[in-house]
Write a protein that binds this ligand. Structure first.
Ligand code: GA4
Length: 331
């Protein structure tokens, strides 16, 4: 069990709580990427849950464990040191505040853009410890995960029987891909358990705006997804696998066939949760619209036309739990 120190300010009265669910959901689709019918299984999982776990993913655990170890070291630093990593507007170190519109959670995190044009040298030079080493671990990890996510998107194109095979993956592989990466630390909160029988919300419910997200965590539970009927279920942790979720943009590109999954994270009472998530997004100027090859004859787009830049701009004006796609639905 990893137990890191608490973030500086330990007043949690302004952070939302919910009833803890102790049982873990056993129905999460598990996709073996080497299985001969993996493509069909992935499409089914994206339609039903917008979420699945991948095994036999080909990513070396070495890059995962080294990055996790450095991340834990970072979050163990004194608050004053962590604050040097620049504040999250939106990239940098953040503590409890999420986004720009008043959302809070029982979390501290590092949020980076993977777009080399956006990574400012300033935030890197003020980063405590050995920023070059940290950055090289992040880069190695992100390129491995981006590769795997691109392969999954190619399998999705195969499963949907549309071409070209890179119709989706080209967006992530594009050097202008506007993707980001976050390292999260959800400290344990034993005081709250002593006071009541509630769980603190680490990261409130939301959908991811991008195309596809690839996450993993240490062996601590907390991630929950919302099923089609609105029930929240807890995802069993698995530190050796990756969890993939469909983002809003992929829901639009499949004209609603795939589901951008609502999810949230609850803080654990006793152990620290450390997670790393890559959010694969398209280039800023990319038009987000249903793939023509997927549309049936006479089928109309459910959404108004927009570029990723327009969607992102609108998303950053919303609160975490808002229905962002609702803003772009045709009436
Ligand atoms: C949700 C998915 C990613 O974590 C993220 C988040 C971003 C942020 O933390 O700055 C947002 C959130 C996320 C969606 C709505 C806006 C923007 C916080 C928020 C309230 C990095 C992203 O791309 O969108």
């Amino acid at each position: 069990m990893v137990v890191l120190s608490q973030p500086a300010q330990d007043n949690f009265s302004f952070i939302k709580t919910c009833k803890p669910t102790s049982s873990l959901f056993t129905g999460i689709p598990v996709i073996d990427l080497l299985h001969p019918h993996a493509e069909t299984q992935i499409v089914k999982a994206c339609e039903e849950y917008g979420f699945f776990k991948v095994v036999n993913h080909g990513i070396s655990m070495e890059s995962v464990t080294s990055l996790e170890a450095e991340t834990i070291k970072f979050f163990k630093l004194p608050q004053s040191e962590k604050d040097k990593a620049s504040s999250p507007n939106p990239f940098g170190y953040g503590n409890k505040r999420i986004g720009l519109n008043g959302d809070v959670g029982w979390i501290e995190y590092l949020l980076f853009s993977t777009n080399p044009e956006i990574i400012s040298q300033k935030s890197l030079s003020s980063f405590p410890g050995n920023p070059e080493f940290f950055w090289s671990l992040v880069n190695d990890y992100v390129s491995a995960v981006r590769n795997m996510a691109s392969e999954v998107l190619e399998m999705i194109a195969d499963g949907l029987k549309i071409g070209p095979r890179n119709v989706l993956s080209r967006l992530l592989r594009n050097e202008k891909s506007d993707s980001c990466f976050r390292l999260n630390h959800y400290p344990p909160c034993p005081e709250l358990q002593a006071l009541s029988d509630r769980s603190l919300i680490g990261f409130g419910e939301h959908t991811d705006p991008q195309i596809i997200s690839v996450g993993r965590s240490n062996n601590t539970s907390g991630l929950q997804i919302s099923l089609r009927d609105g029930t929240w279920v807890s995802v069993p942790p698995d530190q050796y696998s990756f969890f993939i979720n469909v983002g809003d943009s992929l829901q639009v590109m499949t004209n609603g066939r795939f589901r951008s999954v609502r999810h949230r994270v609850l803080a654990d009472n006793l152990s620290s949760r450390v997670s790393m998530i890559y959010f694969g997004g398209p280039p800023l100027c990319e038009k987000i619209a249903p793939l023509p090859s997927l549309m049936e004859e006479g089928e109309e787009s459910l959404y108004k036309e927009f570029t990723w830049c327009e969607y992102k701009k609108a998303a950053y004006k919303t609160r975490l739990a808002d229905d962002r796609l609702g803003l772009f639905k045709k009436s």
